[in-house]
Design a protein around this ligand. Structure first.
Ligand code: IPM
Ligand code: MG
Length: 368
């Protein structure tokens, strides 16, 4: 049997730096960890625009459709701010999500014990936090038509459309319930059924999927604004949160910051199973391209490394290896290693991006 295939798209800004550390981990699995991958690398975002005039070339899109999993770093940067909307770096990422039909975006917010002091919230509010936001990723206001800036009388009007079909809600609800069964068996669905018809439909469909197929899972509903408030008040009341594309974008940034650093959080975007049974999948850190620190060796590679751990778990059925990698990350943090985004403790000198990667590799060695 051939090795599982990975397409690596480092992207822009700190993307290539953090991805270089993931490559060390992949190499470690190939030489010592007993898991070989066939890896290819390509461009996405601003760097793809520089070479091809588009943020994702058709050949790259075709490759992404063929591999077992895609790993992406980050896209964008000030150099591309004034580009036409249709070729902005972010459009490359959105095209991947849409054409691969990656409808379920899993964004864990987990607080590492060693980092509980980094949260802007009190330590007892966040210590031990482990929640999962499941964000719908291929529909809603991000993609709904009509959209655009139009002339209306003597002024312009900007239009975007929130649109959800029953089947789009149904499938992401199922992803959330399935995940909940493997965790603490609780789902909270968030929308604004008080003001939006799409929210009314969302609530109805989630409830129906629950009643018909997942009555064993505890289901609650919350308006998304109240959900934001509850997430900051007492986040540990949640296990899995399922919500739409735009609310999920906002709530996942909020949840990320509860844990102290955006530099720590991975994500998985999953679609329907392929012929080999693996889901279509793309893994990426939640953080962006951080152009202000790019090229300086300051970036925290942990979010990207943990994204690879999610790939081991969700694409390659290697839950035990995912645990091993996550424990290696916990170990270096417990040992006191900190990249520049995690400073503040007295007397701690930051380590560079590559020193952090090397330490995690050493912790993997020690785990054998
Ligand atoms: C995210 C980002 C993206 C989004 C951008 C970069 C298009 O904020 O993945 O959360 O809005 O979905
Ligand atoms: Mg976002």
């Amino acid at each position: 049997m051939s090795n599982p295939s990975l397409l690596i798209l480092p992207g822009d800004g700190i993307g290539p730096e953090v991805m270089a550390e993931v490559t060390k981990i992949i190499d470690w699995y190939g030489t010592k960890g007993g898991l070989k991958f066939d890896v290819s690398t390509d461009l996405v975002g601003g760097c793809a625009y520089d070479k091809h005039g588009v943020p994702l070339a058709d050949e790259t899109m075709a490759k992404a459709q063929e591999v077992d999993a895609v790993l992406l770093g980050a896209v964008g940067g000030p150099k591309y701010d004034n580009l036409d909307f249709s070729v902005k770096p972010e459009r490359g990422l959105l095209r991947l999500r849409k054409e691969m039909d990656l409808y379920a975006n899993l964004r864990p917010a987990q607080c590492f014990d060693a980092l509980a002091d980094f949260s802007s919230l009190k330590k007892d509010v966040v210590a031990g936090l482990d929640i999962m936001i499941v964000r719908e990723l291929t529909s809603g206001v991000y993609f709904g038509e009509p959209r655009g800036i139009f002339e209306e009388g003597n002024e312009r009007v900007g239009i975007n459309t929130q649109r959800y079909t029953e089947s789009e809600i149904d499938r992401v609800a199922r992803s959330a319930f399935e995940l909940a069964r493997k965790r603490n068996n609780k789902v909270c669905s968030m929308e604004k059924a008080n003001v939006m018809e799409s929210g009314i439909l969302w609530r109805e469909v989630v409830q129906k999927v629950h009643d018909e197929d997942y009555p064993d899972v505890e289901l609650t509903h919350m308006y998304a604004d109240a959900g934001a408030m509850q997430l900051t008040r007492w986040p540990k009341q949640f296990d899995v949160i399922v919500t739409d594309n735009l609310f999920g974008d906002l709530l996942s940034d909020l949840a990320a910051m509860l844990t102290g650093s955006l530099g720590m959080l991975p994500s998985a975007s999953l679609g329907a199973p392929m012929a080999n049974g693996r889901p279509k999948a793309l893994y990426e850190p939640v953080h962006g391209s951080a152009p202000d620190i790019a090229g300086q060796g300051k970036a925290n590679p942990i979010a990207c490394i943990l994204s690879f751990a999610m790939a081991l778990r969700y694409s390659f059925d290697q839950g035990a290896e995912a645990d091993r990698l996550e424990k290696a990350v916990e170990k270096v943090l417990a040992d006191g290693l900190r990249t520049a985004d995690l400073l503040g403790e007295e007397g701690v000198q930051p380590v560079s991006t590559s020193e952090m990667g090397d330490a995690i590799v050493a912790a993997l060695d020690a785990s054998l």
